[in-house]
Design a protein around this ligand. Structure first.
Ligand code: SPV
Ligand code: MN
Length: 641
């Protein structure tokens, strides 16, 4: 069958024919639920994709608790999840080669008129559609297709986007129930319009562990022109769940054609002790740069840990919502010392899905969970199947207890630090933005941008150094602007311009901060992991005009006296001037090196806003002049006072 992308006359009559095939897949109850939406576009999608994927049956899921329970139970009946000893806990395994986002096979479908920056993976639209629809043809044979309706963002809000999900994976449908707000009723409010995103997912053929067999044919193709994403032959949530990183790409495109921002950002409430106020911050951090640990800093509250939409309200405030209501978090390193809040949540009864950890006698085990080696089982079931200690995979690599990217899936309201307003349909006023990088020798632990546009520059120039924990060579710097390049679907210059324009339209402009929790001196970190709380409380105080700061060419840095007081207040710790000088000196040569890398990266990129280069050149000239004037490559904070 030929499927065209956009309705036209021929297509309409084709759809008319397909609509008649609905009873072949949907029972009377499901048909009634579909009809109740009174939306021909939804019906068309349902008809079109059921006819293509050819499941044994399809079930429409509403917001009704009975329907939701059906999905939860189906995941167990289908063997995509298994109950664990603790009430409400289940385990799901993705295939051994399906443990993370597949960057190579995730592509934007482009036409000759569409422009994309270098580094964005693309495929010609016709070619890509033919390929992926080919894989999807009959992909659901013998399986049940779940059709779900969700809301990206709180319901009944100006942020809300409606999302329609097709999947033959009950694990995917169940995960989305935990992570996103139900949206069947919200779809009725569309009043027949086609303003919604559609995600079509099939795990494809499954093996006896119910894991995808044809991972080599894994494809995730993004059709911006049609608000759809096709995802096939995979299960790992970052590839399969429409509402997570697939919707983020459609939203980035939409936002950049409108006047708002769709960002890979956490949202948190910062609550300085004794001040009786909450100041909301967003934050973008590439992976392994401290995003979750920032969102979970003790004493603060979490609104979201992954994706935010930002809009300007009538009063000129920057408002943000978490488009999710749950957390799909990395479980590696979650232990009672480093992550007490999450650890407690993961070890008490509640609805929760573990993925890709080890199960032994109904209990779960993961890497660095705070128990001695001797307490780990020497066998069990994990992402490779039946596992025993010392076992090698087909590539002769030792298979650990659990995958490093093993995860848990929970609702935010299960966490003790959930912000009470995380569901506010109005969104929360954002007064601070954090951009976190990871480098051992350049950026100071915290600095404040000199302006909004300088903040955009800070975000665009984030770099993260690879760690020995990743497969890459340790110490290699990777550029990761706004931590969003994996999801970039518009020319990068345009994205930056949109950011700068956004700030220029605001009345209450958030202050922007850059953080680096990983600065080293002679091979050792210059600060403790927990110190980020002080940097954050300082940033919050700056928002309220409570601290003076020292202006340097790379941004405002804290004064020693303020940090000394804060370390005393927060940790009852003596913070020495030596520590301060070591951490907050401006490493002129290193900054210039970073700037040279940015020139290399963005120099030939078309459409980078002029303002970006103006800021870049301004900093460079000042740093070069300072170097000349002082003959030094590192300047202590006192130099700028
Ligand atoms: C990330 O990698 O940024 C995540 C997990 O949040 S994933 O769902 O894989 O995108
Ligand atoms: Mn993420």
């Amino acid at each position: 069958m030929v499927i065209t992308d956009k309705p036209n006359t021929g297509f309409t009559s084709l759809i008319g024919g397909i609509l008649q095939s609905l009873p072949k897949y949907l029972d009377e109850k499901s048909l009634r639920k579909l009809k109740a939406l009174d939306n021909i576009h939804v019906e068309e999608q349902v008809a079109k994709f059921l006819s293509l994927c050819k499941p044994a049956k399809a079930t429409i899921i509403t917001d009704d608790p009975e329907d939701i329970a059906y999905v939860r139970e189906l995941a167990i009946r289908n063997g995509e999840e298994y109950p664990l000893a603790m009430e409400g806990h289940t385990i799901h395994w993705d295939g051994y080669s399906d443990q993370a986002r597949d960057k190579a096979n995730t592509k934007v479908l482009v036409t000759s008129e569409m422009q994309m920056s270098k580094g964005i993976n693309t495929v010609p639209r016709d070619e890509g559609l033919e390929e992926v629809l080919g894989y999807m043809d009959g992909a659901m044979k013998g399986k049940e297709c779940i059709i779900r309706f969700f809301s990206l963002g709180p319901t009944n809000s100006k942020f809300t986007l409606c999302a329609l999900q097709f999947t033959d994976s009950s694990y995917v449908a169940h995960s989305e129930d935990i992570l996103y707000r139900k949206g069947y009723e919200q779809f009725k409010d569309l009043r027949g319009s086609e303003e919604f995103f559609t995600f079509i997912h099939s795990a494809g053929e499954l093996d006896d562990r119910n894991c995808t067999v044809n991972v080599d044919k894994r494809r995730i193709y993004i059709d911006l022109l049609d608000n759809k994403v096709y995802s096939v032959n995979n299960q790992y949530a970052g590839n399969s769940l429409g509402l997570k990183k697939l919707a983020l790409r459609l939203a980035v495109y939409k936002a950049n054609n409108e006047d708002w921002l769709a960002e890979h950002m956490l949202i948190m409430g910062v609550k300085p002790e004794g001040k009786n106020r909450t100041t909301y911050f967003t934050g973008a951090y590439p992976s392994a740069c401290g995003k979750t640990s920032t969102a979970m800093i003790p004493g603060q509250s979490m609104v979201g840990d992954d994706i935010a939409y930002l809009k300007i309200d009538e009063d000129g405030n920057c408002k943000a919502v978490n488009i999710e209501q749950g957390v799909f978090g990395i479980i590696t390193d979650v232990n009672p010392v480093d992550d007490p809040v999450i650890f407690k949540t993961l070890t008490t009864p509640r609805e929760m899905i573990f993925s890709n950890v080890l199960v032994h006698e109904g209990k779960t085990y993961w890497l660095n969970m705070g128990i001695p080696e001797s307490q780990y089982p020497i066998e069990g079931l994990n992402h490779i199947g039946e596992w025993s200690k010392g076992m090698k995979d087909p590539k002769d690599n030792e298979v650990g207890v659990a995958h490093r990217n093993a995860r848990y899936t929970i609702r935010i309201n299960e966490l003790d630090n959930a912000d009470p307003s995380y569901n506010d349909p109005e969104g929360l006023v954002i007064e601070g933005v954090l951009y976190g990088g990871r480098d051992s020798d350049t950026n100071v632990p915290v600095s404040q941008a000199l302006s909004w546009a300088h903040g955009v520059y800070m975000g665009a120039t984030i770099e993260s150094e690879t760690t020995s924990a990743t497969l890459d060579q340790a110490g290699v710097r990777k550029s990761s602007p706004m931590a969003i390049m994996d999801f970039m679907v518009v020319p990068f210059g345009r994205y930056l311009k949109n950011h700068i324009d956004f700030g220029n339209k605001l009345k209450l402009v958030p202050l922007v901060f850059s953080t680096n929790y990983f600065l080293k001196h002679e091979g050792k970190y210059t600060n403790e992991k927990v110190d980020k709380k002080v940097w954050l409380i300082w940033a919050e105080g700056r928002v309220h005009g409570e601290y003076e700061a020292i202006e340097t060419p790379i941004g405002y840095i804290p004064r020693y006296m303020d940090l000394k007081t804060l370390f005393r207040q927060v940790f009852d710790k003596d913070y020495t001037e030596d520590e301060y000088v070591q951490q907050f000196s401006i490493r002129v040569n290193k900054y210039l090196g970073k700037q040279a890398r940015m020139e290399e990266l963005y120099g030939d990129e078309e459409g980078i806003p002029e303002e970006f280069w103006k800021i870049h050149e301004g900093i460079k000239e000042t740093l070069l002049a300072l170097k000349e004037e002082t003959g030094k490559s590192v300047l202590a904070p006192s130099y700028f006072q």
